[in-house]
Write a protein that binds this ligand. Structure first.
Ligand SMILES: [Zn+2]
Length: 152
């Protein structure tokens, strides 16, 4: 069984971001009506992640997210889907959910904020650049903390 694709409601923006960080295909339905969320879920075979019980009930496949706290949301998602990756994947854009691909340095060099000598990924949809740095180290620590907290 392949990993589900997700559509997260407006309340779950941070959860959607972390799903993208671990490489999971996740739409973030910001400012989108429930009817459209349900339509997208059916059309693209996505599991609806929502804090709204009624919306969860109406969706063909859904997970009602109980907690407003991100760590608890993540734990609930892992309990429901134990195969969920826990590593920073550099596969999905956290801004737009586009696919990332390794990028080659342009002749004029990367923009100054990109560190030298590290692999850089680019979003095929919005062009956002990603690299392994201090922010990804912090994400890895957080994912490891959450994984540790789930152990008995
Ligand atoms: Zn993007």
């Amino acid at each position: 069984m392949s990993e589900p694709r997700w559509i997260a409601d407006e309340m779950l923006g941070r959860l959607a971001r972390y799903l993208r960080i671990v490489g999971s295909d996740t739409l973030y339905a910001r400012g989108v009506e429930d009817r459209e969320i349900l339509r997208l879920a059916s059309a693209e075979d996505r599991v609806v992640l929502t804090r709204d019980r009624l919306l969860a009930h109406r969706a063909p496949r859904s997970l009602w997210i109980a907690s407003p706290r991100l760590a608890e949301q993540w734990a609930q998602l892992r309990a429901a889907w134990p195969a969920l990756s826990q590593s920073v994947a550099f596969a999905r854009c956290t801004v737009c959910n586009g696919d990332l691909a390794l990028a080659t340095e342009p002749a004029e060099g990367w923009e100054p904020r990109v560190p030298r000598g590290v692999p850089v990924w680019r979003c095929g949809a919005c062009g956002h650049l990603y690299w392994d740095g201090t922010h990804t180290a912090a994400l890895r620590r957080r994912l490891a903390d959450w994984a540790g907290a789930a152990e008995p």
